[in-house]
Design a protein around this ligand. Structure first.
Ligand SMILES: [Zn+2]
Length: 293
């Protein structure tokens, strides 16, 4: 075991990709931090006036070499502006791996997808059905998911924490989405936690070879010493090549986000699973070997 610089004796991954970050407009970042503070007191330490540069500095300080960035519209009609802002941001930030979004209520969704994936070179799409207020099985999205499946582009969907959002569980919808689009490259953010018991994942991962799980916010609730830790460790041991690490920064659980990196290191049973969780699976999802020698 390699000791870290601070002498805690934790393993270190060879690289770090944060596969769940929200760098957005100042207004949306401010709203997000305010929203999360009541359940994540660490975020009292983050100024509501934090700048984009300061957000990027924090990721760099934690050793993050690349990150998946998510910014989605809250209502129909604002997608073009948001995706353009996101593209401009990523143009100035080579470490950002930007995911576009759209709203089920948008017109011309096909044109939005062509613009985002063919012209603006977004990597994939991200949806947050609870905050965006639509179901992933919405008829208006049927063509959209067909298109994503054909293109084999990664699609990240927020799932889980239904009670916190005061919304119905997404377990049945997610299973049905997989049934309808079995070849979809789907990343289930937050792993439907705690709505679906962790023991259910191995069978689903084995059934759907393009299914991935984003452990964001799940790790903290299943950290060593909690009742869920053993089950999560078991899943990491068997399926780390399908799991990614993320922090939801700057509207996540713990801050500084290095606290979450440390939990990941403590949960992983060996170096190989830690490297999978912290960067290798993320590279696989986007189909790019970011750290090729
Ligand atoms: Zn998020």
């Amino acid at each position: 075991m390699k000791a870290t610089e601070d002498g805690t004796g934790l393993r270190s991954p060879r690289h770090r990709i944060d596969a769940h970050v929200h760098i957005m407009t100042h207004r949306r970042v401010r709203g997000g931090i305010k929203w999360v503070r009541p359940v994540a007191p660490d975020y009292e330490k983050v100024s509501l006036d934090i700048t984009t540069e300061e957000l990027l500095n924090h990721l760099e300080e934690e050793g993050v070499e690349a990150f998946f960035n998510f910014f989605y519209p809250l209502k129909p009609g604002e997608t073009a502006e948001i995706n353009q802002w996101h593209r401009d941001f990523a143009d100035h930030c080579p470490n950002a791996i930007p995911f576009a979004s759209l709203h089920a209520g948008d017109e011309n969704k096909e044109a939005i997808i062509i613009q985002a994936l063919d012209r603006q070179q977004f990597v994939g799409f991200k949806f947050h059905p609870y905050i965006q207020s639509f179901s992933i099985l919405d008829d208006r999205l049927a063509r959209v998911f067909e298109e994503f499946q054909e293109r084999q582009c990664p699609v990240v969907i927020h799932t889980g924490f239904s009670e916190f959002y005061g919304r119905p569980s997404m377990v049945a919808d997610t299973r049905e989405l997989l049934r309808r689009y079995p070849r979809l490259h789907l990343v289930v953010a937050h792993m439907l936690y705690p709505d679906l018991p962790l023991d259910n994942w191995p069978a689903l991962l084995d059934e759907y070879p393009h299914l991935y799980l984003d452990t964001t916010n799940t790790l903290v609730y299943c950290q060593p010493g909690t009742p869920g830790s053993e089950r999560l460790q078991k899943l990491i041991a068997s399926h780390s090549s399908r799991l990614v690490f993320g922090t939801d920064f700057p509207m996540g659980t713990l801050y500084p986000t290095g606290k979450l990196h440390d939990i990941a290191a403590r949960l992983c049973p060996d170096q190989d699973s830690l490297d999978n969780l912290m960067w290798r699976t993320a590279c696989r999802i986007i189909g790019k070997d970011l750290f090729a020698d």
